[in-house]
Design a binder for this molecule. Structure first.
Ligand code: GLP
Length: 247
């Protein structure tokens, strides 16, 4: 596990973008797992900048998205499909046929989840980008999710629905084990509302009540925090248990 503490949101976003761009340059046919949420908007802006200013090429990239509300129309402003188009895909040269997403319009959600899991098996994820919920959820693996869980229909937590301002009761989400199979995971966290979950990830027991703690078992995990999300970690950094790069 590598922990990178940055001073603020912009630094966090730039640091993450450098890591992702470096991976794309190393392997243009990279498979990236994308996530949604406010936390990642800065990173996506940096990726767009890299394409427009520095001609970073996304044409061979294959993308999978973590989750989607269910049921959900693709072009609904609340859909994660819409978020990804608006905040990233529309602005870079990723090929439409290389974009995989969980379809919230599909009536047969079992089939949709099974197909998605199979598509990921055929195109293993090189780098999974992650945010997290204040309650420790990753994707929509809410507290109580098991580490062996795969892509499935999940019931959303009341708190999550409130925070995300969404009426849907359900979502489709990659499972914990689907996420853990990614070769590298880059987790971003910003703001003090994420500090408790980050504390559990780094200091707490691996347990289903804080699904983010499962990530501790991943061999190639990079955590990029701003100082607010890292607010409860001081003593750990002083102990120098983990590599802490201040930039
Ligand atoms: C949603 C997504 C998560 C994401 C979380 C955090 O719940 N399903 O994948 O990590 O939002 O969002 P934000 O970055 O806006 O705090």
């Amino acid at each position: 596990m590598i922990i990178i503490q940055t001073r603020n949101y912009n630094e966090m976003s730039k640091y993450a973008a450098d890591i992702i761009i470096n991976e794309i340059l190393k392997k243009p046919k990279i498979v990236i797992g994308f996530a949604t949420g406010e936390t990642l908007l800065g990173l996506y802006k940096e990726l767009i900048k890299s394409h427009k200013k520095n001609k970073v090429d996304f044409s061979n990239l294959i993308s999978f998205n973590l989750d989607e509300y269910y049921p959900m129309k693709r072009n609904d402003k609340n859909s994660y499909y819409y978020y990804m188009q608006k905040n990233l895909f529309r602005h870079i040269n990723v090929k439409k046929s290389n974009i995989y997403y969980l379809n919230g319009e599909e009536k047969d959600w079992r089939k949709e989840c099974k197909n998605y899991e199979n598509k990921i098996k055929k195109n293993p994820i090189d780098v999974q980008i992650l945010g997290l919920g204040a309650n420790g959820h990753i994707a929509f693996n809410e507290p109580g999710s098991l580490n062996k869980s795969i892509t499935r229909l999940v019931r959303l937590n009341e708190g999550t629905r409130r925070t995300n301002k969404i009426n849907n009761l359900y979502a489709l989400s990659m499972g914990v084990s689907t996420i853990m199979k990614s070769k590298k995971i880059v987790l971003l966290a910003s703001g003090e509302e994420k500090a408790e979950a980050i504390f559990h990830l780094i200091n707490g027991k691996v347990n289903k009540n804080w699904p983010v703690t499962y990530l501790r078992k991943h061999k190639n995990l990079i955590i990029i925090l701003d100082k607010h999300a890292a607010g409860l970690l001081k003593s750990i950094f002083l102990e120098q248990k983990y590599l802490n790069t201040l930039i």
